[in-house]
Write a protein that binds this ligand. Structure first.
Ligand code: PMV
Length: 361
């Protein structure tokens, strides 16, 4: 079976394979948002995203035979050891020992770095957990000669990444990805993401995303808490129904290359995500005054110029400014001339739909 491998123990196999694997994996931005989950990271509704090009995490996983009785983890980010993350990774690895029994026999040294500024306020959990899941699957492939089909490899990486952070399930692929069972779309699953690029019109395959960095501090409310507040949100059930419809509808829009419908649906999704936060008990607001100012400017600019630029939001105050590549020059000028006063000192990241993860060693 793909996800449960009681046979994978180093004891009877090749001890010489101890070594290191390095993967780079992108962050992604959801257009239909995942907000609310059940059980073991099962989403309450499907989501659709694209993977970014420049915003990535690079992770090197070095492993050797465990010195003690239990496995151990050393983790550093940008060269600095992170005891808090180490604890989280140990808990995550413990939860994976059925899938990867070899974990219990190893000591790990994990070194991660992000290709975007450390303090940029970009969620790195999707890229970080995806990169880590890819290194673990590669370890399985390398040491046990398994997961030799690329399809199985990435499917399992997505499955494992999901257990670390839901949105990470979508980062193990490039381009457009759906995660969560979407009725009528073959192969979609609550357990892993699936690439949907073959459905997508060419205008959306190189879509642009200028990530406008309004504020870059730590979020006041974590995604974990936000998801759990959906359990008591009075609008949750209607939201889940709507998100199911929107996921299906967005795929039709992507197929048709209908940018006007894309703008309507995705801006509504972004504001609905934040409406869910504002109607949770306790409620919380992650947008900032600059977020609202930018939204108003973007809408005014769009109606004045007819340039199809729109926004989406993640769980934070930063804006993802989305537009077709053919308008790059005009939109970049608009950002620099009209929006820069709302941005933090980090400015913006000029990103776009990206090719997905890659192995670096
Ligand atoms: O993967 P998590 O648990 O960090 O949740 C991500 C939730 C959103 O970013 C708000 C939406 C999404 O689908 O990525």
């Amino acid at each position: 079976m793909l996800y449960d491998n009681p046979a994978l123990k180093f004891k009877d196999t090749n001890k010489d394979c101890l070594g290191e694997v390095v993967w780079q994996s992108p962050s992604n931005i959801a257009l239909v948002k995942y907000w609310g989950k059940k059980g073991a990271q099962i989403p309450s509704n499907p989501s659709v995203s694209f993977s970014l090009s420049k915003s990535c995490t690079e992770t090197k996983l070095s492993f050797r035979e465990a010195k003690g009785k239990n496995f151990s983890v050393k983790f550093s980010l940008d060269g600095i050891q992170q005891p808090d993350f180490e604890k989280k990774i140990i808990t995550y690895f413990k939860s994976l020992t059925k899938i990867f029994p070899f974990i219990e026999q190893l000591d790990f040294d994990i070194q991660s770095k992000n290709t975007f500024p450390h303090s940029a306020g970009i969620a790195s959990s999707a890229s970080g957990m995806s990169a880590l899941a890819l290194t673990l699957c590669d370890l399985e492939r390398y040491c046990f000669n398994r997961l030799t089909s690329l399809e199985d490899f990435f499917k399992k990486a997505s499955f494992v990444a999901r257990l670390g952070s839901g949105s990470a399930a979508r980062s193990t692929y490039g381009g457009w990805v759906a995660w969560g069972d979407i009725g009528g779309i073959e192969g979609t699953s609550d357990l892993f993401g699936v690439p949907i690029n073959s459905y997508v019109h060419s205008d959306f395959l190189n879509y642009q995303d200028a990530i406008l960095l309004v504020e870059t501090g730590k979020k006041k409310v974590s995604s974990r808490v936000g998801h759990s507040l959906m359990n008591s949100n009075p609008f949750a059930q209607d939201r889940f129904v709507q998100a199911n419809q929107n996921a299906k509808h967005l795929i039709e829009i992507l197929k048709a290359g209908d940018i006007e419908a894309f703008i309507k649906l995705t801006e509504s999704e972004a504001l609905t995500l934040h409406a869910m936060m504002m109607t949770s008990q306790p409620s919380f607001i992650l947008m900032k005054p600059q977020t609202i100012n930018i939204i108003e400017k973007v809408r005014a600019y769009r109606s004045e110029t007819r340039i199809p630029v729109s926004f989406t939001l993640d769980a934070g105050p930063n804006i993802h400014l989305l537009y077709p590549k053919s308008f790059k020059k005009q939109v970049t000028e608009f950002v620099e001339n009209n929006l820069s006063s709302y941005l933090s000192e980090n400015g913006f990241i000029d990103d776009e739909v990206g090719p997905g993860p890659k192995k670096l060693s």
